[in-house]
Design a protein around this ligand. Structure first.
Ligand code: PRX
Length: 645
């Protein structure tokens, strides 16, 4: 596989960037030529951000799995597509070559067809990190079913909400999943999610943990039986290569739910062609992937990073992608480095929270691990502090590996701002330069472009993007207006990211964090409104307010202020009960780190909670709480401060 569009120097970056802005259609057309199309596009781009309406490669026809698998078969059939590392290092590794991946994907696609799944149907996937998860995702894409992967840490209630929102009729799951020392009973969580659900027709269950599970006649079927049957059909009918379903460039490929500032997660919808071109282009350029390199993205496929940089980006580039079932600290904190050593990993792509967590174990877990295969290091998901950046650089990269700090979002489909490894300069804690095709702009509250640098020469503002790139979200499932109001209505003719940023005189961007009510806890996005809704569901809770505060490892922790109905409670016990409620409603990932019981919340006369004040208190600020004169009852603030945890 060669990548004629791989940028090889700073000059090439500059000229690619210039062309992408001056002639976006010509620029992307040249890149799209490098993929397999059933039919080429009639027009490259049509868009407006008002509705929004965004279409790339109009009337182009393709199937993304032919680009991720079939086109590599001749030359890379025996090359590992996925190297799977089990949770338990004693267990056998699995290496899935491109030929094997091809076979399993069309076999599972046949299973889906046998179970009544059609193009456009929504299939919810709730599995652990096993190769079968990749077969399930790609099997859906092969027949044009829209996959909606749900991270294994979400609760039954969260799944139920997502199933309902997507009107999903099919589920693929596992009996259980191994994560570190824990077994997560996935099927039993699905069973809870399905109580009262009248839409789901079929649940396909892959056996991983052999946890006893209930299997409902007529609804639940075993993956293994279904695959065996599909295999016999394939042999009998001699369907050696089941043709992939032809997809329009703009047909939806998947839905992925993500949190916003409102209580309900949104189903972000990505298209087929634009998403494919973008994940491939960014993968090849940001990481400077070379054929034969081993790429290890430590994310879970339940998040966008796993979709784009374990599966679609690497596979469309014919790369070898490592998929890890476990967690970085089990059986010990040297697990990532064992994996790097074992598979001679060339690029590791992980989250700052993982780096900070591993840093806290010191250098002992690195002893005896050969990391000399590493060429590129990457980070994603949250701002990386300088200390973690330098630790990563010195101890993992041994000062020889460029670090790419990649800024992007579920909605952007792939990386938007990042240095290109070894090609464009890196700067600790700065995501640096936009990818070709990305036109960032910093604006103030009113939408005016920031033009006056501060005394340090930095522009500051809310980060927006002026024009569409191929993988921008197309809609939010079932509610297009929600997409418009969330992303395109804050500022006219701009996509608003929800992040704040700085820009220096070299044009580098530094992302400073969310400016809306969205938290980033261990690289996971959680809306404060969602957490509050969950806390408020606990009997006895009258009202609550959740805010973020700096946390050494997680980046941000959740601090909840709760008004409880009874005066005399066992606080410790009640806290645990509330944790339990939040785990039930959202999942353990949204559990507050701290709960402070309070008598009142700081509110304006119109009844709005002044989160700014609560944020400052949670951050440990004692004096400069800002203007409190507009508060209905300023005394509440002293009260809260006295009880601060
Ligand atoms: O605040 C930004 C932060 O993560 C948010 C997007 O979260 P999510 O959709 O879950 O996607 C995470 C993986 C792409 C952004 O709005 N974020 C992501 N990458 C960075 C970052 N913040 C700073 N630096 C980054 N490199």
């Amino acid at each position: 596989m060669s990548y004629p569009y791989q940028i090889k120097s700073l000059e090439e970056y500059n000229s690619a960037y210039k062309k992408s802005v001056e002639d976006p259609e010509g620029f992307w057309e040249n890149i799209a030529e490098n993929f397999t199309w059933r039919k080429k596009w009639d027009k490259v781009l049509e868009w407006n951000f008002k509705e929004p309406k965004i279409k790339w490669f109009i009337n182009g026809k393709l199937n993304i799995t032919e680009n991720c698998i079939d086109r590599h078969l001749k030359t890379l059939g025996d090359q590992p597509a996925i190297i799977w590392e089990p949770n338990n290092p004693e267990e056998r590794t699995r290496v899935v070559t491109y030929s094997r991946l091809h076979k399993r994907v069309y076999q599972f696609a046949q299973v889906l067809i046998n179970n009544g799944v059609k193009k456009g149907d929504r299939v919810c996937i709730y599995m652990g990190m096993v190769p079968e998860l990749a077969y399930a995702v790609l099997g859906c894409a092969r027949i044009g079913a829209i996959h909606s992967v749900i991270f294994g840490g979400f609760s039954a209630q969260s799944i139920a909400d997502r199933l309902y929102d997507a009107q999903a009729e099919f589920i693929v799951t596992c009996d259980g999943a191994y994560r570190g020392g824990k077994d997560i009973p996935l099927k039993s969580i699905i069973d809870d999610a399905l109580i009262g659900n009248r839409i789901v027709k079929r649940v396909i269950v892959y056996t991983r943990t052999r946890t006893p599970i209930s299997m409902l006649k007529g609804r639940d079927v075993w993956w293994e039986d279904e695959m065996e049957y599909a295999e016999s059909q394939i042999e009998k009918d001699n369907i050696i290569r089941m043709p992939a379903t032809e997809m329009d460039a703009e047909d939806p490929l998947f839905i992925l739910y993500t949190s916003g500032s409102t209580g309900k997660p949104k189903g972000v919808v990505h298209s087929s062609a634009g998403y494919m071109v973008w994940t491939n282009y960014t993968f090849v350029n940001v990481f400077q992937y070379k054929p034969g390199d081993v790429f290890f993205c430590t994310a879970d496929v339940g998040w966008i990073t796993g979709h784009s940089y374990i599966l679609y980006g690497p596979l469309s580039a014919g790369a070898t992608s490592v998929m890890f079932e476990g967690i970085p600290t089990w059986p010990d904190a040297g697990r990532f480095w064992d994996i790097v050593d074992k598979y001679k990993v060339n690029t590791i792509y992980t989250a700052p929270t993982a780096i900070r967590s591993l840093m806290s174990y010191g250098l002992e877990p690195l002893k005896g691990k050969d990391l000399s295969s590493l060429k590129v290091l990457g980070t994603v998901g949250e701002p990386i502090n300088e200390e973690a950046w330098h630790w990563y650089d010195e101890n993992i990269g041994k000062g020889n590996c460029p670090i790419v700090d990649t800024w992007w979002q579920t909605e952007t489909g792939g990386i938007l701002i990042s240095n290109l490894a070894g090609i464009t300069p890196a700067k600790p804690s700065w995501a640096t330069l936009p990818m070709p095709g990305v036109q960032p702009v910093l604006v103030d509250e009113k939408g005016n472009e920031a033009t006056e640098p501060d005394e340090d020469g930095l522009l500051k503002g809310n980060l927006c993007i002026k024009a569409p790139w191929p993988a921008i979200l197309r809609t939010t499932y079932g509610d297009h207006d929600r997409c418009r109001t969330n992303y395109f209505a804050t500022y006219e003719d701009l996509y608003f990211t929800g992040d704040g940023a700085l820009k220096n005189k070299d044009g580098y961007y530094r992302i400073t964090g969310r400016v809306d009510d969205v938290l980033n806890v261990s690289g996971h996005r959680i809306g404060t409104a969602e957490v509050e809704n969950a806390i408020n569901m606990h009997a006895g809770v009258i009202e609550s307010a959740a805010v973020g505060y700096p946390h050494d490892i997680k980046g941000q922790g959740i601090y909840a202020f709760v008004i409880y109905s009874h005066m005399h409670i066992d606080e410790e016990q009640t806290r645990k009960d509330i944790f339990q409620t939040v785990s039930r409603v959202i999942g353990a990932i949204a559990k507050p780190d701290k709960i402070q019981f309070v008598n009142g919340l700081p509110k304006t006369r119109s009844g709005k909670i002044m989160r700014r004040i609560l944020r400052k208190i949670a951050e440990g600020e004692t004096k400069n709480l800002g203007d409190t004169t507009t508060l209905l009852d300023p005394a509440v603030v002293d009260d809260i401060q006295k009880g601060k945890l």
